[in-house]
Write a new protein. Sequence first.
Length: 426
Amino acid sequence: MSASPSMSPSAFPTRIAFDEAVAIVRAVAARRRLPVESVALSRAHGRVLAQDLRAVVDQPGFDNSAMDGFALRHADLASEETTTLRLIGEQFAGRTLDVEVAPGTCLRITTGAPMPRGADTVVIKENTRIDGDRVVVLQPARPGQHLRRAGEDVRIGDALLAAGQALTPSRIALAAGQGMNRLEVVRRPTVAVFTTGDELVEPGLPLQPGQLYNSNRELLMGLLRADGFEPVAWPTLPDDPDAVENALRHAGHAFDVVITCGGVSAGEKDHLPALFQRVGDIHFWKVRMKPGMPVLFAGSRPAQADDDGRGGLGDALFLCLPGNPVSVLATYLTLARTLLDGLQERTEARPRLRARLQAPWRKTHERLEFLRGRLFLDEDGQCRVAPNPADGSHRMRAAADSDALIVLAEGPQDLKAGEVVDVLPY
């Protein structure tokens, strides 16, 4: 849905379904994907891979020992009795000796060291006794025991990683094991954060009657940093339409994404819907979700400078979140993450669990709801979630005491204890 220049806020269609809002965010992000850049491995953690990777070397590259012990020929071992072998030398990791293990001999070997010619089994040193230049094997071993075969993990040409995957430490290590020192990744979007409201005061300053401490900025900045972004927080905006417009114009020309909280509902001091109606392109305003219903998603009007010649809102996408702190949490985890992931072409879905309700819950409204809850495993190892009864969108303590959002479908319903629900971990 896009607003026409003459549309008043009251003329907008009714609230759209949450799934429709997610689909719109994904579609817009798909049209605005970011360029690819090459980064060093040390800078690639958490980034989204931009190209498929295939193996260029075998892993391991050679047969090697999985343990400290002695390399020998399995055929030399007695089936039930001890075996005595002649020790002919030692093989350490990092170098290869030109030596062959002949019948009746063995070679001392360390973990990761190349297997010598002729040897096919390693006996750990705890199962041996040294007697001069003789090694007594005290326990039988299986053929090939403690031997890592060349290419048993990865072979040249194997598909390793796919474009769209997030680069976890283990995936980075997999690329490093292939000798890759740089990776092609999608550039991370730049993000500006705004909080709005005359009532907001910075933590540490005295409060006057009617004022609130600004907690939303730290909430948003923390969520973004935890997801690997480097957001820029702007000073709190007053409830002044000109100040809001000027700040968003500047940010819209300098950042990929602008996230605001507050000023997005239908009150006298909620100036954002009218601003984007006049100089922007509103993709949606109001979603059938709780909390977070007034959320607005917009961009610049295509190929247009507004009537006063000030150049529009730039190329940024604007996601305007409600001011209640739990609404900020819920809309960030569901809609803002979807937008930021889409801009980076991330193909992996964020984790969503299934858990049994620890207590019954009555839902009386029509909207899809994201209820706060705490995950735990019961004595049988089943995943359960305990809903927090403090479900108001202003009650941040309930969110702080929880670690997940319980997803409750649209429509009134009576949920019994033990029913299975979808859960979105923070």
